[in-house]
Ligand binder design. Sequence first.
Ligand code: SF4
Length: 128
Amino acid sequence: MLNIRAHHLLCTSNFVGEGYSDDFSKNMTSVINLLKNNPKVKLKASVDDICKKCPNKFGNFCKDSDKVIDYDKKVLKAIGLNAGEIINWNEAKKLTCDIIFKNDRREEICGDCQWNNLCKEVEKERLK
Ligand code: SF4
């Protein structure tokens, strides 16, 4: 089972190889490949298996904890799940897609993220 913080349901959908560092991007790619097998995931509002190689992680904390925990909480509220819940990855993805992406609500959750413009480009391409 993988630990996935809730807002990473958004990041994994829009990831195109760019990240905070090479190690981060490599780890993110590995985690995304594992998620393709539809494992059970524990949803979190704290550091997870993607944060593991992030240069912004210090011990068990993200340097942007306040901001990213807020993103986690907004995603959980939108899809009607709680931190600590265990769910199949594809089910969580479907909820995220149906409730957040299809209703164009992604920016409402993380519009102030440094990657927002890249995410917007990826989303525009996806609609073509
Ligand atoms: S910035 Fe924070 S939430 Fe995002 S991957 Fe790094 S440690 Fe995790």
